[in-house]
Design a protein around this ligand. Structure first.
Ligand SMILES: [Zn+2]
Length: 102
């Protein structure tokens, strides 16, 4: 089923990760945040979360996941930088050995 909003765009199903409505799906206009379009097409797909504990727990799990993904990205950057410096070091050492052998 395709949902068209007031401005004729295809409103897609996305998931809210706000503190009040974590892991709650909604269908919304892609221009929802654009004040010049003034389209407020928005429908919840899922009902409200059953209680505050569930809400807080799902939000915290999401925050932990985002933080873990950031840490993995930082570690990957660090690893690729270290690998680059290791290669430079190997080239320098091999170069110095070759100069000594000549
Ligand atoms: Zn719209």
């Amino acid at each position: 089923m395709v949902n068209l909003c007031g401005c004729g765009e295809i409103a897609k199903c996305r998931t809210s990760w706000t503190q009040l409505n974590p892991v709650r799906r909604f269908i919304g206009c892609p221009n929802f945040m654009d004040p010049t379009r003034n389209c407020n097409y928005f429908i919840w797909v899922d009902g409200p979360l059953p209680n505050r504990w569930y809400q807080a727990t799902m939000y915290q799990i999401h925050v932990n996941l985002v933080n873990a993904q950031d840490q993995i990205a930082q570690a990957n950057n660090q690893n690729s930088r270290t690998a680059f410096y290791n290669r430079v070091l190997i080239v320098l050492i091999v170069g110095m050995l070759l100069v000594r052998l000549m």
